[in-house]
Design a protein around this ligand. Structure first.
Ligand SMILES: *Cc1c(COP(=O)(O)O)cnc(C)c1O
Length: 415
């Protein structure tokens, strides 16, 4: 099927959950995707931060090939070598003690929330005071299941599905006073993304993250760090919280972990892990041999090729280029991010939409989040000349854009 037929078929066959850009991709190699007409697109989005090693990476191909000949699924009723070998790597990288494997980011976050509630139940049974309330951040995103979406801030994602999981309260982003006011021994968990992704590429402040760590530490509540988008090297450290010198009680990984194969992981301290006993939580597919083998290959390739170093270098270069672009285009009102998780804020939503569309015309994939933010999540293997190409295109588009995108159309994204 070609694009027009696919579109016509999907229009009456699929549930209307997605608003797709009308391009049909049929293959990829390195940092490029190919459409059905053979056009190459420079991918600065990596399938929303997933394709960390780009497309067709030999290490991923070999892992899939070899493991698919052995076994792809066993179930969690028996042992296979993959989970222990992957957990060995992830516990070292995160500084946490134990892992639970599942199939997506949402599921990893769901496990984290359930662990927090179960841990509070356990602590109460041991005579401690710990409530059931969960504090999440405004503009935070943690997924779409009933639990995860209850901690996701955007009204559009939550309201139609009410009643949601009770006991969630939102704290103003980076507002330490608001956090202190809402925190008490009634709280069992505080949820933080070190860098908010869907919320518009906003790194949390050192003061706020430290306050969240201090307050939870005082009562025994759990600090949950969602690293699904900002983790696994994306910001130049294995975990974005490592830039802050903070160790959470629980973290979640997913997007880039499987290099394109679905896998999620929840990691936690020995202390928090006491809350789960056999039978309390589980999944049929989670931590299957194929997903584990590929995740191990992704991590070992990142280590072997020193990709954290490339992320830091390319991230620094990309950021500097975006900053100099901002110096010559007043419509860029902010440049943010760390490593290869970068965003630029434009003065209004219409302009941001236009720039993203024009980049697509020029066969460069980026996306717009939070209305006014252009987000860059390139593969970890990106090189300097790819960044130069993107900067040149952005410069061109902004230079040639009719100045007449009226300030009246401007919308404050985080109002
Ligand atoms: C994408 C994302 C999720 C949800 O992950 P899925 O794999 O889409 O279920 C959760 N938290 C953050 C921070 C994310 O970026």
């Amino acid at each position: 099927m070609k694009l027009d037929d696919i579109r016509a078929a999907e229009a009456h066959l699929l549930v209307r959950t997605y608003d797709r850009t009308p391009i049909c991709f049929v293959g990829g190699e390195g940092v490029h995707l190919f459409d059905e007409n053979g056009n190459a697109y420079l991918d600065l989005l990596s399938g929303i931060g997933v394709n960390a090693l780009g497309y067709g990476h030999p290490a991923v191909q070999v892992a899939i090939d070899e493991q698919s000949r052995k076994s792809m699924h066993i179930s969690n009723l028996f042992y296979h070598p993959g989970q222990a070998e992957l957990a060995l790597r992830l516990t070292v990288m995160t500084g946490l003690d134990r892992a639970f494997f599942c199939n997506s980011g949402t599921e990893a976050w769901e496990a984290a929330l359930k662990l927090a509630r179960a841990y509070a139940t356990l602590r109460r049974s041991e005579g401690h005071r710990l409530g059931t309330k969960i504090l999440a951040l405004e503009h935070g995103f943690h997924g779409r299941s009933m639990g995860a979406v209850s901690t996701t801030h955007k009204l559009k994602y939550r309201e139609p599905f009410e009643p949601l999981v009770p006991g969630v309260e939102f704290v103003r982003f980076d507002d330490v006073a608001d956090l202190e006011a809402k925190f008490s021994s009634e709280v069992c968990a505080v949820c933080v993304e070190a860098v908010q992704g869907e919320g518009g590429v906003h790194p949390v402040s050192k003061e706020f993250f430290a306050a969240a760590r201090r307050l939870t530490g005082e009562t025994g509540a759990l600090l949950l760090a969602d690293e699904i988008q900002c983790g696994l090297g994306r910001t130049g450290e294995w975990c974005a919280y490592q830039h802050y010198g903070i160790l959470p009680d629980v973290t979640t990984l997913a997007k880039p972990l499987g290099g394109g194969i679905p896998i999620g992981a929840m990691l936690c301290t020995e202390e928090a892990a006491r809350a789960f006993t056999p039978g309390m939580h589980g999944t049929t597919f989670g931590g299957g041999p194929l997903a584990c083998a590929v995740a191990i290959a992704v991590i070992d390739t990142m280590r072997r090729d020193n990709l954290l170093d490339n992320i830091r270098k390319m991230g620094k270069y990309f950021l500097a280029q975006l900053q100099s672009l901002a110096a010559s285009h007043a419509v860029i009102t902010d440049v943010r991010g760390r490593g290869l998780m970068l965003g630029i804020e434009l003065s209004n939503a219409e302009l941001a939409k236009h720039v993203a569309a024009q980049m697509m015309e020029r066969h460069i994939l980026i996306n717009r989040t939070s209305e006014t933010v252009l987000r860059f999540l390139p593969p970890y293997i990106i090189e300097r000349h790819h960044i130069d190409l993107a900067i040149q295109a952005l410069d061109d588009i902004l230079t040639n854009f009719p100045v007449a995108v009226s300030p009246a159309a401007a919308q404050g994204a985080r109002a």
